[in-house]
Design a protein around this ligand. Structure first.
Ligand code: BEZ
Length: 295
């Protein structure tokens, strides 16, 4: 679920990356290990419930990542509906194609909607004239905080996709997300004479800040709130940092220095993020909202 690159294509399947991060910085395999909570039903049911997908609807999944939720949406709208998933990472989209195809094969007793998956950054998304203004709903999970370069443009993309009265339900990192960890990364970079603000990829807005943007993009807000959530880290904080910070915050550093910072941050944060039995978790704060495109 990313918005770091700006490529846009409808290219056909390519094998998903096995273990390492690719040139767009995202490893679908690492994502499945270090961040599978992102698409677990325990964590995604609140935003899915806000969306209320209905049979026959056309839904855009903005930041589809590895496609698990795209497949859920395709089952929810059924064979008379349609789902399009977009993600800025070609590696994620390649994995999403595999996941959606496997889900279709495994659950053939639950007919799914047709699904199109394409590489596109939410901030620069250009739908075809035939698709623009035709979606009943836009869904987005764990993506919009990556749209720090132009958050308004990402919301305008959602608005352009929707028909008048169409729904937008999303969850993203909000103010206070990754509290402590983000500050520890900043400190580690500052100590090395580097400017963390220049490489910080995240936008974790307050309710007020994001409400202003949603309204400017033409949405009427139905509900919006910040929700704290302790999030388990199956690969520890180091695994999480390798997945989510190494290609952004630490992307300009040599491997050895990046790994040194990861170790330093994990050690500094252990007091807050590791329990006595050695299990790691960290505090996420979700900004969750539902809005409607003005008629
Ligand atoms: C999030 O989903 O809140 C998140 C994911 C990765 C990095 C930062 C935040």
């Amino acid at each position: 679920m990313s918005a770091l690159t700006t490529s846009q294509s409808t290219s056909t399947s390519q094998p998903a990356d096995a273990t390492s991060q690719t040139k767009d910085g995202w490893s679908a395999a690492l994502y499945g290990k270090a961040a599978n909570f992102v698409y677990s039903s325990a964590f995604t049911s609140p935003v899915m419930n806000l969306l209320e997908p209905k049979s026959g609807e056309r839904i855009l999944d903005l930041g589809c990542g590895t496609g698990e939720l795209t497949a859920t949406l395709a089952r929810a709208v059924g064979p008379d509906g349609y789902v399009s998933g977009v993600d800025a990472s070609a590696n994620m989209v390649a994995k999403a194609r595999e996941v959606v195809a496997a889900s279709r094969a495994e659950t053939s007793h639950v007919p799914m909607a047709p699904v199109d998956l394409l590489v596109a950054d939410a901030q620069t998304l250009q739908l075809s004239p035939e698709q623009e203004g035709t979606f009943d709903a836009v869904f987005s999970n764990a993506t919009l905080h990556w749209c720090s370069r132009d958050p308004l443009a990402a919301l305008q993309s959602a608005a352009r996709a929707l028909r008048p009265g169409g729904r937008f339900a999303a969850e993203m990192g909000g103010m206070g997300n990754c509290i402590g960890v983000r500050a520890a990364i900043h400190s580690a970079l500052q100590r090395r004479g580097r400017d963390p603000a220049a490489v910080d990829p995240w936008f974790f807005p307050s309710v007020e800040e994001y409400s202003t943007l949603l309204t400017r993009a033409g949405f009427t807000i139905r509900e919006i709130s910040l929700v704290p959530r302790v999030t388990p880290l199956p690969e520890g904080l180091s695994g999480w940092l390798r997945m989510f910070a190494k290609h952004s915050f630490l992307g300009n550093l040599e491997e050895a220095e990046a790994e040194e910072i990861i170790k330093e941050v994990a050690e500094a944060m252990a007091v807050d993020c590791r329990d006595r039995e050695g299990r790691w978790s960290m505090m996420y704060v979700r900004l969750r909202f539902s809005a409607v495109k003005e008629e």
